[in-house]
Design a protein around this ligand. Sequence first.
Ligand code: PDD
Length: 277
Amino acid sequence: MQVFFNNEFVEDDKVHISPFDRGFQFADGIYEVIRYYPRNFFELDAHLKRLKYGLTELGITFSNVESIEAILAELISRNNLSDKTAIAYIQITRGTQRPRKHSYNNEVVPTFFAYVEELPINYDAMNNGVKIGIEQDIRWHRCDIKTIALLPNVLSKQRAVQKNLFEIIWHRDGVITEGVQTNVAFIKDDVVYTPLLNNLILPGITRQTVLRLCRSLGIQTSEREIHLDELKNFNEIFLMSTTAEITPVVEIHGAIVGKGVPGKVSKYLQKQFQKLH
Ligand code: PDD
């Protein structure tokens, strides 16, 4: 597979990253995952804007964000994926610095890596709905930055897989935040509720697109705190992410959601969302 590493396109097995890379030693870096649908990158500008936000918040000086679009397009072409549904992965770490120390020099040159890979739409999950669990959110307080420090996500997802669950959503002291890899929305009486944006959740691009879509379709939305003890009141729940699009939830923490099948508003939004790409 052809990937892009620092300044060049190379075969993936030719990439060498120093063990002194701060991404390897400190998870000091950020990433993005972007959907490619035959012939365009979905919401690319919004993803690149979030990437820039992360770079600024972490004080990583990377001036080539403007060249990313052309690099991704070239990767699609070199890997013969033009007619496929794929994802692009981008990772930027602060770079290689030795000897190891927590503080960083401003002269460190960031490490940049990007690849594309075929990833079909998960129609099974989207059509039939999924089961999810609930766990306590033990992450740090800057979940608005898409950092590569993902251990709480990894451990929760592993427990989900072991329990045959599609996803885990988290709460902090009874207030729902988001999923391991998704944002979450709830529906009652045709109103779509989703946790408001703050430092405790990722500002998902799919979430933003869905809220915009709801407004354009005349579906009422509400961004507010959502508490664990009100979950039973909702008729529908769905997950939102780049890879999951709009995926209805039919069971949460062992309790059936609505009638136990994807709800009508979720299905309608899912269909309308697909028209956007
Ligand atoms: N996950 N919340 C978290 C913690 C995420 O990691 C993601 C994305 C989302 C949804 O964001 P978006 O709609 O911009 O994809 C919410 C990516 C896809 C991943 O880890 O694979």
